[in-house]
Write a protein that binds this ligand. Structure first.
Ligand code: A2P
Length: 344
């Protein structure tokens, strides 16, 4: 059986990737319904080698197009306003924004990690897709938690500009050009508070009462919700001048009394679905954004035991956050939902 599938925000960075990933995964689509604002209604998106006309997102568009599965990636306020119309029209909503993630009734899912939570979708009709930085981190944490039991995680991220959508990418490219033509002073700053070319910015999203940023607290709260465990997490989220793929430097503290065996850690990571280990420092081999970009794999490397504590391991991971961290995770949720819940 095939489904009528809507993409809300089809003209955005994640929306365009969703079109590609749906095709790559042979998602069973009867009709694709690309939706965006009135600004881009009438324009075309490419799907499966054909052009499909973008329609305006309206309260009635889901019902009119008999939408059964709706991917939302047009920002939190759009999900807040329009997800209910999709649900009322009988669709399951797979939401890429942060809007519903911490709602206790809404499942927050990484299909390789907590697929069973998908069955809770009926309560609200919505399944939330976690934050990009959380997804690639929990993909590496899950097998390690099963191996030894995780107590605490300390993470610093190196996040690509595409996390800020198309405007983020355009801003970096423009500043690269302006830097080379000595016009950087006049360069427009829209997506980021500071110049991003030739710089790193230790702030993503707004300050919270505890002085962490919202992005950092997403990594804390979402990790705990997905792993169903009160793991202590401290994150420092940093924007770097990379176009695509987030990197993370991660330190994991296991339960007291654990003695980390790096070979066991490597083996557990290697065996986990959609995770690959690249870890050969002597030959300069480790995960980097240029390796993960345009792939659906989370790469892990630089695995090493702490010099002082037996129960601590350090590693580095990278993933294409537009795919693994957004579009691919959403499509994998959709496929799992079809398998588990759609009564085909
Ligand atoms: P549009 O192209 O019509 O503005 P990105 O994350 O790359 O910035 O993309 C955001 C996506 O969300 C785009 O597809 C954009 O469509 C869509 N979007 C933004 N605001 C609205 C809105 N008010 N109604 C519907 N879609 C919106």
């Amino acid at each position: 059986r095939k489904f009528n599938v809507a993409i809300v925000g089809a003209t955005g960075a994640v929306g365009e990737e969703l079109c590609r990933v749906l095709k790559d995964y042979n998602f069973p689509i009867n009709k694709l319904v690309p939706l965006a604002s009135a600004r881009s209604a009438g324009s075309k998106v490419e799907f499966d080698g054909k052009e499909v006309t973008v329609l305006e997102l309206t309260p009635t568009c889901f019902e009119e197009n008999e939408v059964e599965i709706a991917f939302f990636s047009a920002g939190g306020s759009i999900s807040a306003e329009y997800a209910k119309y999709a649900v009322d029209a009988g669709a399951v909503v797979i939401d890429n924004t942060s809007h519903f993630r911490m709602d206790p009734k809404t499942p927050l899912v990484v299909p390789e990690v907590n697929p069973e939570d998908i069955s809770l979708w009926k309560e609200t009709g919505i399944i939330a897709n976690p934050n990009c930085s959380t997804i690639q981190m929990v993909l590496a944490l899950k097998p390690l938690d099963e191996l030894y039991g995780i107590k605490r995680v300390d993470v610093s991220t190196y996040q690509a500009v595409s996390g800020a959508g198309k405007t983020g990418m355009e801003e970096l490219v423009r500043q690269m050009q302006d830097l080379l033509s000595f016009k950087l002073d006049e360069s427009e700053k829209k997506a980021f508070a500071h110049q991003i070319v030739n710089n790193v910015i230790p702030q993503i999203d707004v300050q919270q009462p505890n002085d962490f940023t919202k992005e950092e607290m997403k990594m804390v709260l979402e990790t705990q919700k997905i792993l169903h465990k009160e793991i202590a997490v401290a994150a420092t989220c940093v924007r770097v001048p990379v176009l695509r793929s987030h990197s993370e430097s991660i330190t994991v503290t296991f339960e007291e009394g654990t003695s980390v065996d790096v070979a066991e850690v490597r083996d557990a990571l290697e065996r986990f679905e959609n995770v690959e280990v690249i870890d050969d420092l002597a030959n300069n081999a480790y995960p980097m954004p240029i390796i993960s970009t345009d792939t659906d794999i989370t790469y892990v490397g630089r695995i090493r035991k702490d010099v002082y504590a037996d129960n601590i391991v350090h590693f580095f991971n990278v993933a294409d956050q537009v795919r693994v961290g957004a579009a691919t995770n959403a499509v994998r949720i959709g496929l799992k939902w079809i398998e588990m819940e759609s009564d085909i």
